[in-house]
Write a protein that binds this ligand. Structure first.
Ligand code: COA
Length: 700
C-alpha cells in the first residue's frame, strides 16, 4: 500500500480554521468534508465557536479527545507554525496547508516555509502544500479542499501544481462528463511533490490514468525513478508549462518555481516513459482516450470517411505523427468491394462516399476492425443531407463492443447537425472530436505508451572496466591548485584516456625545441594548438597549425603560433603549445556533456565539426538511467547515424566504439560532479575504432 494512502482515507480529520461564516475558505472546507461522504470523524477547530455545521468544535487540536490522523490548515500564515507544532505533538500524520503567504511571496515567506517544513520533519508529519487548494478522492471519498464541488467518480488522477487549474478543470469536467479518482493541488511542494503523488496513484487500484500539470520538478532523480516505475504500470501524462523563455519567467513568479531548461524536461520525460502533452486540450484528450480505450497493439491506423478531403487531412496527420496507414488484407479489400459502391475508395482511407448512410459506415468499420493489420480506427463523418449521424454513432458504439481490443475514435466534422450523434458517442465512451487531428494525436500518445508499457521497470546500468579514477583525481587536483576552471587540451585528453576513451596523443611543449622533440616521439605529421584556458576558439587567433611533417616546420610553427596569439591577445596567459598526433579523417562527430540543475548530467551526440551549432544534428539523454539501448537509440535518432552506417558507398564506421565513448563520457560525468561540461569535438569514427581529437573540459 502507498505511504500516502492514509492521506486520502484518514480515520479522522481536524479542520483548523473552520468557520461558520459562509464564503470563508474555512467554511467551504468543512462543508466539503461533510458533503463528500467522508466516513471518518471530522473535528472543526476554532477557538471562538462551540459548534460548526452541526459538529462539536474544539479550541485547538490538543483539546480533541481522540487521535487525529490528518489536519487541514486554513488560518493565516503567521499562525501556522504554532498550530503545526501542536499537530505534531498530538501525533497528526498528515498536514494539508491551504494557507498562502509562503515561498511564493519572497524571502520572508520562504523562511516561514522552511520553518513549517522543519516542524513537519521533526514530528514525521507529511505535508501537502502550503498554498494549495487541498485534495479530493472520489473513491475514498474525501474532499479536503475549498473547491466549489466534488468531481464525478472516475479513474483519472489529476495532480496539479496550479490550484486555479484544479478549480477550472473540476468545473469543466461536469460539462464534459469526465470522472476523476483524485484531484491533488500540490501548492508550493515544500514536502510532498508530484513524484510522491505519481507513486501513490500508480499503486491506487481506482486510478487508471495519471495526469499532471507541473511548472517544475522538485527532485529530478526521485522524479525519474518514480516516473519510470509508474509508467510501466499505467500511463503518466504530463503538461509541463514554462517551456518558452517568457513562460519560464511566469512560472518563477507563479509558485516561486525555478523552471529548468526544457530540453532536460523533454529528455527526462521521454527517458522515463512519461507522455508529454503539449497543451491543455491534448492533456485531457489523452486522459479521455486512455480512460476509455484499450491500448492499441501497434501503429497501424484505419480511416473511414464519407469525404475525400478529411481523409487526406487524416492521412497527412497520421504520417506526421509517425503512425502508419494500415494496409488491408486481400480479404478485407474484397469484402469492401463487394458492399460499397464502385466509386468508393476501398483502400485506406476508406471513402464510403458523401451519400453514405449508417449502413455503409457500419459495414466498412466492421470489415476493417476484423482485419489483423488494423491496430486502431478513426471514423470521419461530414454532414451531407443524407448522413445519419445518430445511426452512424450507434453503429460505432456497437463495433466498440464487438471489437473491445481495438481503439476507436471519431471526428464528427460539423456542428448542430451532428450534436445528437456526439451524444451517442460520448455515452458509449468513444472519444469524439470536431476534426481528425486530436483523434490522431490521441492514438499517437497511446501507441507510444504501448511501447513504454512493455519495457522493464528496472534498468540495467552500464558497466565498465579500465577506469583510472586516480589519474582523473590527480589532474583535477592540479587544475584546481592552478586556480583554473578550464582544462588544457592535454589535461582533458589525459582525463578521457583515463576513462578508456581513445584520444589522439597530445602533449604540452613550452619551447620550439621541446615541440620538435615531442613531434619526433609522436611521429609525423602533427598538429600544433595554442594551450591557454582563456582561448576557446584557437583557429580564430592563428593558434592552430595542421599537417606539420618535419622538425623544422614544427619549431617554426611553434614560434608563429606564439607570435599570432601575442598579437591578437597580448594579455592572455599562455601555457605553451600542444603537439598532437595528426589523425586520419573519419566520420566527424560530437560527444558532449552538460549539467541540468534538476536532472543532472545530459549527454549529447551528433554530427561534429565546426558547423555543430548550424546543423543542430544532436540528440540528448540523461546520464541518470542511461542504458545501452538508450545510447543506441540516441545514435539512431541523428543524421550522423546515416553517415556512420556508410553513406554513398563509404565503409560503415565502428558504431560500437562510438557507443562506448558515449557510455564512458556518461560514467565520467556521473563519477565527477565537479566536471561541469565536456565537449569532444570532433570525435573521428573509423571503420575500426574511434578517436577523440579535441577535448574541452570545464569544472565548477
Ligand atoms: N486555531 C483555529 N482557528 C483559528 C485560530 C487558531 N489558532 N486562530 C484563528 N482561527 C479562526 C479564525 O477565528 C477564523 O474563524 P472565524 O471565521 O470564525 O472568525 C478562521 O480561523 C480563519 O482565520 P481568519 O483569520 O479569518 O483567516 P481567513 O479565513 O481570512 O484566511 C486563509 C485564512 C488560510 C484562507 C488565508 O490566510 C489564505 O491563505 N488565503 C489564500 C488561500 C489560497 O489562495 N491558497 C492557495 C490556493 S491555490
Amino acid at each position: 500500500m502507498s505511504e500516502l494512502a492514509g492521506l486520502f482515507s484518514p480515520k479522522s480529520a481536524a479542520i483548523i480554521g473552520a468557520s461558520k461564516s459562509p464564503g470563508k475558505i474555512g467554511n467551504v472546507i468543512i462543508k466539503n468534508m461533510i458533503s463528500s461522504g467522508y466516513k471518518g470523524k471530522v473535528f472543526p477547530v476554532n477557538p471562538k465557536e462551540p459548534e460548526i455545521e452541526g459538529l462539536r468544535c474544539y479550541p485547538s487540536v490538543d483539546k480533541i479527545p481522540e487521535p487525529v490522523e490528518m489536519a487541514v490548515l486554513s488560518v493565516p500564515a503567521a499562525k501556522s507554525m504554532e498550530i503545526a507544532e501542536v499537530c505534531g505533538k498530538q501525533g497528526v500524520k498528515y498536514l494539508v496547508v491551504i494557507t498562502a503567504g509562503f515561498k511564493e511571496t519572497g524571502k520572508e515567506g520562504l523562511e516561514l516555509e522552511r520553518k513549517l517544513l522543519e516542524i513537519c520533519r521533526r514530528y514525521n508529519m507529511k505535508m501537502l502544500g502550503p498554498n494549495c487548494v487541498g485534495l479530493m478522492d472520489t473513491h475514498a471519498p474525501i474532499n479536503a479542499s475549498f473547491a466549489a464541488g466534488f468531481p464525478l467518480k472516475g479513474e483519472i488522477a489529476f495532480i496539479s501544481q496550479s490550484g486555479a487549474m484544479v478549480l477550472s478543470i473540476l468545473d469543466w469536467s461536469y460539462r464534459a462528463g469526465l470522472g476523476f479518482s483524485k484531484f491533488i493541488s500540490l501548492g508550493n511542494k515544500a514536502d510532498l511533490t508530484e513524484a510522491h503523488f505519481i507513486e501513490d496513484a500508480a499503486e491506487d487500484p481506482n486510478t487508471k490514468v495519471i495526469l499532471c500539470y507541473i511548472e517544475d520538478v522538485e527532485n529530478g532523480p526521485h522524479f525519474l525513478d518514480v516516473a519510470r516505475k509508474a509508467s510501466r504500470k499505467k500511463p503518466v501524462i504530463i503538461l509541463k508549462s514554462g517551456t518558452s523563455q517568457a513562460g519560464a519567467q511566469a512560472a518563477s513568479s507563479h509558485t516561486g518555481a525555478l523552471a529548468g531548461s526544457d530540453l532536460a524536461y523533454e529528455t527526462a520525460f521521454r527517458q522515463s516513459g512519461v507522455i508529454r502533452a503539449r497543451n491543455m486540450p491534448e492533456l485531457f484528450d489523452l486522459a479521455v482516450a486512455f480512460a476509455n480505450q484499450p491500448i492499441p497493439g501497434g501503429d497501424r491506423v484505419a480511416v473511414i470517411t464519407n469525404s475525400g478531403g478529411p481523409g487526406i487531412v487524416a492521412t497527412d496527420n497520421i504520417e506526421e505523427k509517425k503512425l502508419k496507414m494500415a494496409r488491408f488484407t486481400k480479404e478485407t479489400i474484397e469484402a469492401l468491394r463487394s458492399y460499397l459502391p464502385a466509386e468508393s475508395n476501398i483502400y485506406n482511407p476508406v471513402d464510403v462516399l458523401g451519400d453514405a448512410k449508417a449502413d455503409r459506415f457500419h459495414y466498412a468499420l466492421k470489415t476493417v476492425l476484423a482485419d489483423p493489420g488494423v491496430d486502431s480506427a478513426v471514423v470521419l463523418v461530414c454532414p451531407a443531407a443524407v448522413t445519419e449521424p445518430v445511426e452512424t454513432a450507434r453503429a460505432m458504439a456497437q463495433m466498440r463492443k464487438e471489437f473491445p481490443g481495438t481503439p476507436l475514435f471519431a471526428a464528427l466534422m460539423g456542428g448542430t447537425r451532428l450534436e445528437e450523434g456526439e451524444k451517442v458517442l460520448s455515452e458509449s465512451n468513444i472519444p469524439c472530436f470536431t476534426f481528425p487531428e486530436p483523434a490522431i494525436t490521441s492514438i499517437s500518445g497511446m501507441v507510444s505508451y504501448g511501447r513504454i508499457k512493455g519495457l522493464p521497470a528496472e534498468i540495467k546500468p552500464l558497466s565498465f572496466n579500465n577506469i583510472d579514477l586516480k589519474t582523473v583525481k590527480a589532474t583535477l587536483y592540479d587544475v584546481k591548485k592552478d586556480n583554473r576552471l578550464v582544462l588544457l587540451g592535454s589535461e582533458a585528453a589525459e582525463i578521457i584516456s583515463a576513462y578508456g576513451i581513445s584520444a589522439a596523443p597530445t602533449v604540452l611543449a613550452s619551447s620550439p625545441d621541446e615541440a620538435a622533440a615531442q613531434a619526433d616521439r609522436l611521429g609525423y605529421p602533427v598538429v600544433l594548438k595554442i594551450a591557454s584556458p582563456k582561448i576557446m576558439h584557437k583557429t580564430d587567433v592563428g593558434g592552430v597549425k595542421i599537417g606539420l611533417d618535419s622538425r623544422e616546420k614544427v619549431s617554426r610553427g611553434f614560434m608563429e603560433i606564439m607570435d599570432n596569439v601575442h598579437r591578437y591577445l597580448p594579455n592572455v596567459a599562455v601555457y605553451g603549445v600542444e603537439v598532437q598526433k595528426m589523425m586520419p579523417r573519419g566520420v566527424e562527430l560530437i560527444i558532449g556533456m552538460t549539467r541540468d540543475i534538476q536532472f543532472g548530467p545530459l549527454i549529447a551526440f551528433g554530427l561534429g565539426g565546426i558547423y555543430v551549432n548550424l546543423l543542430k544534428d544532436v540528440s540528448f539523454r540523461l546520464v541518470n538511467g542511461l542504458t545501452e539501448s538508450e545510447i543506441n537509440s540516441m545514435i539512431a535518432e541523428t543524421k550522423a547515424y546515416t553517415l556512420l552506417r556508410g553513406y554513398r558507398g563509404e565503409k560503415p564506421a565502428d558504431i560500437e566504439s562510438v557507443l562506448k565513448i558515449i557510455g564512458r563520457v556518461a560514467k565520467l560525468a556521473g563519477d565527477f560532479p565537479e566536471i561541469n561540461e565536456i565537449d569532444i569535438n570532433p570525435v573521428f569514427a573509423y571503420n575500426q575504432g574511434a578517436s577523440a581529437l579535441d577535448v574541452k573540459i570545464t569544472i565548477s
